[in-house]
Design a protein around this ligand. Structure first.
Ligand code: ARG
Length: 472
């Protein structure tokens, strides 16, 4: 049996080198090293408390694991792991322990399988990364909220679009409030994953059915800060729900970042000119000297696609897989890690790029009324005077058509003509410019300055709770 492999006693031939290389997950799971060390320390505590190993052995194992923990940040452990020929990070850590403490190292894997180890390590990873995701998303939401408050004070207006066609005027504060809402939800989603990842501890489940050694599972539960030991070993070692939930939260948050990025990329284009990404966040062209490109937002957009691809791949890897452990789960894990690491990096970049965006209120406001965006408000005003919704829609549509042919905006004279056509006894008032339009909105959750202020106040309260809620 090779020292770096954790099995081999029953085999007569050496493993095929190419197949062994294909089966290695080391490059994918090295990122789990610190979590596996914590998991191994909890296992050593369990073995000692359950009197399976003596105190001296436990001490030697713990010291070796602490030494490995110190070797991780510098990359020293990774180099050793690569050189060791281990199949995965779990094997590499055991091999390193056995090098540091050869006699004690023989006992580390007592009563443990890589199956319960992988499941536990993934839960610890999910907890850590979900907490980080919550922190990043809360930061983004807080930044959007603060920017929204500023834009509200200025009452900056722009034309909101649907289908990218001029739709209705909104406050910039309202748009920023929408961004804050998206990332508040993302924060909450990450917090839920972090909480779920503390619920059950799979360690002690063994390969699939538990152990004949008297492992006191409460020790690992306590050491690793879980709520309780898992109830069913078969389920615990093959379950990837938490890992998928983590990747789902990452994929969803990056989707939000991607959609906002798309809008910002467009807004930064001179044809729009609503926003300008400052020099520190922009990049140039190797050929065209005049270029300034909003690359960070384009990269975020694409990284979101990658994270979502990983999520799809992770789901697909489980499709049709029977209960228990199958080596396919190694691929699931690789996708979870890949998608999570790339997705969180994209969210961090998004958070870092946002403060570099400057808003061009003049460009927004100069075009806020273009495209007959007050037409709905005029129709609403007719409806408030007793004209049916269909009739009002038709009349204002006709007025837009006439104005468009004349190449002009809707004016007071159009309102007078509409009153006549609708057979109103008296003239009626309706917003004719963008600011009047947003100020006239009446509903909760609308873009009126008062409604936006209320929404932002409420959001701030919930956000403070969620931001404080992210577990360690
Ligand atoms: N590298 C494997 C993984 O990541 C470790 C688990 C191996 N378990 C087994 N029964 N062969 O999933």
């Amino acid at each position: 049996m090779s020292d770096s492999l954790q099995w081999g006693g029953r085999f007569e031939a050496a493993p095929d080198a190419a197949l062994l290389a294909f089966g290695s997950s080391l490059e994918d799971d090295l990122v789990l090293a610190a979590f596996d060390v914590a998991c191994s320390q909890a296992h050593v505590a369990t073995l000692a408390a359950s009197r399976i190993i003596d105190v001296g052995t436990a001490y030697a194992l713990d010291a070796a694991l602490r030494m490995i923990a110190d070797e991780i940040p510098s990359g020293e452990f990774a180099a050793q792991a690569r050189a060791s020929g281990a199949e995965d990070v779990h094997g590499a850590i055991e091999a390193r322990v056995r090098t540091i403490a050869p006699a004690a190292g023989e006992w580390l894997h007592a009563g443990r399988s890589r199956n319960d180890q992988v499941a536990t390590t993934l839960a610890l990873y999910a907890r850590d990364r979900a907490t980080r995701g919550a922190r990043i998303c809360a930061t983004i939401a807080q930044f959007a909220l603060a920017s929204a408050r500023q834009a509200l004070a200025d009452e900056t207006v722009l034309a909101a679009t649907t289908h990218w066609q001029p739709a209705q005027p909104i406050l910039l504060a309202f748009w920023l409030g929408a961004v804050a809402e998206m990332f508040l939800r993302a924060t909450r989603r990450f917090n839920r994953v972090a909480a779920d990842a503390r619920e059950f501890c799979p360690l002690g489940s063994g390969a699939c059915s538990g152990s004949t050694l008297p492992l006191d599972r409460g020790v690992a539960v306590h050491e690793l800060d879980f709520g309780a030991p898992s109830r069913n070993a078969l389920d615990a070692i093959g379950d990837r729900d938490i890992a998928l939930d983590l990747l789902h939260a990452v994929a969803r948050a990056t989707l939000s970042a991607s959609r906002v990025s798309e809008e910002l990329v467009l807004w930064c284009a001179p044809a729009f000119g609503y926003a300008r990404l400052d020099d520190a966040a922009s990049t140039g062209s190797s050929l065209m000297p005049q270029k300034r490109n909003p690359d960070p937002f384009e990269l975020v957009r694409a990284a979101a696609s990658s994270a979502n691809g990983s999520y799809t791949a992770a789901l697909a890897s489980l499709d049709g897989l029977a209960l228990s452990y199958h080596r396919d789960l190694q691929e699931t894990k690789a996708q979870v890690i890949r998608g999570t690491e790339r997705g969180l990096a994209a969210l961090e970049a998004f958070a870092a790029a946002l403060p570099h965006v400057g808003w061009n209120a003049e460009a927004m406001e100069s075009r806020a009324g273009d495209g007959y965006v007050v037409a709905t408000d005029i129709a609403d005003a007719l409806i408030a005077r007793g004209v049916s919704a269909r009739q009002a829609h038709l009349l204002v549509g006709n007025a837009v058509s006439i104005a468009e042919k004349a190449g002009r905006a809707l004016t007071q004279r159009d309102l007078t003509a509409l009153a006549k056509k609708a057979k109103l006894a008296e003239p009626f008032k309706a917003p004719l410019d963008a600011l009047a339009s947003v100020r006239a909105k009446q509903t909760t959750g609308s873009t009126s300055p008062a409604a936006v202020k209320r929404a932002l106040d409420e959001l701030e309260e919930v956000l403070e709770r969620e931001a404080g809620n992210s577990p360690r």
